[in-house]
Design a binder for this molecule. Structure first.
Ligand code: PLP
Length: 287
């Protein structure tokens, strides 16, 4: 089956989809992106993802390439062409093509818009066996709230994790606190039964899955606290887990070779996974 990508106004064969060599995204990582989960052909949390895309663009003073309505149409048309049932829609906007110079082009460029899709298996309500995480120093810049394509520190952290048999890296700041994962948000459940995740500020990305899980936790009347937590607190925690559009809610059973709790997925993470899947299955589509 042909696979399509969307590139600046055209649906093209994925194998032949290209951008200009002087695209500022390619040369300077001057661009932003979004990843939206798709389940049974439906987008999960489309509106908050597109709101976050707008925010990232505004923070970097990149113009919107198309209206929200048009973007919604493009997303659906690409999903239709690629017969996407379960997977991800990736969208990227860069400042566009210009003669190379660090400063913004003096004559405004047309932002570049690229979309691709990826098939994944249908994720279940069962949280699975859990994953290991590896701690890594957080060497990123001070605007991690912007979802930019400048991901080299995240790439290196994730690679270090994989080389150590872990699925994800947990990034640790100068104060010894876990900020977030290389591509996920980090959560723990303390011995006192408190659900803890770091507050959103410019130190982490405000995950859309994180936001939805906050509402779910409130509905379940869990005690949720948004505050920094240290790596050693995480290692002593009763449970730990990660959230993202790609991984939903996935239990962490090992941090740096130390088992979390009894080394098995905990009840809170498993329950939140079930509730998140229920949400994804039943949520109304709001654009
Ligand atoms: N934190 C980082 C650094 C990420 O890259 C991501 C997702 O890509 C997340 C958190 C999770 O965000 P979301 O739940 O919106 O996928």
């Amino acid at each position: 089956m042909a696979r399509y990508a969307y590139v600046n106004g055209r649906y093209v064969d994925h194998r032949e989809a290209t951008v200009h060599i002087e695209d500022r995204g390619y040369q300077l990582a001057d661009g932003v992106y979004e990843v939206v989960g798709v389940r049974d052909g439906k987008l999960i949390d489309e509106k908050p993802h597109l709101d976050r895309l707008d925010r990232s663009l505004n923070e970097l003073r990149i113009a919107q390439p198309v209206s929200r309505r048009t973007l919604g149409f493009i997303i659906r048309e690409l999903m239709r062409r690629n017969r996407l049932r379960d997977g991800l829609v990736y969208m990227q906007v860069t400042r566009g093509v210009a003669r190379r110079d660090h400063a913004f082009p003096t004559t405004p460029t047309k932002p570049s818009l690229v979309l691709t899709t990826k098939n994944t298996r249908h994720l279940g309500a069962d949280a699975g066996p859990g994953i290991a995480v590896k701690s890594q120093p957080d060497i990123r810049w001070e605007r991690c709230d912007i979802k930019t394509v400048a991901l080299l520190p995240n790439v290196l952290a994730k690679q270090a994790a994989r080389e150590n048999g872990a699925y994800e890296a947990w990034l640790v700041d100068a104060a010894g606190c876990v900020t977030e994962g290389a591509s996920t948000n980090a959560w723990i459940v303390t011995k006192e039964g408190e659900l803890v995740t770091r507050q959103t500020d410019s130190g982490i990305l405000a995950g859309i899955t994180r936001g939805t899980l906050k509402s779910i936790a409130n509905t379940l009347q869990l005690r949720l606290v948004e505050r920094p937590f240290s790596l050693s607190e995480a290692k002593q925690a009763r449970e730990a887990f990660i959230t993202s559009a790609t991984s939903f809610v996935t239990p962490v059973i090992r941090i740096d070779d130390q088992p979390v709790g009894d080394g098995k997925p905990g009840p809170t993470a498993r329950r939140l996974r079930e509730e998140y899947v229920r949400f994804a299955d039943t949520a109304e589509v709001v654009i």
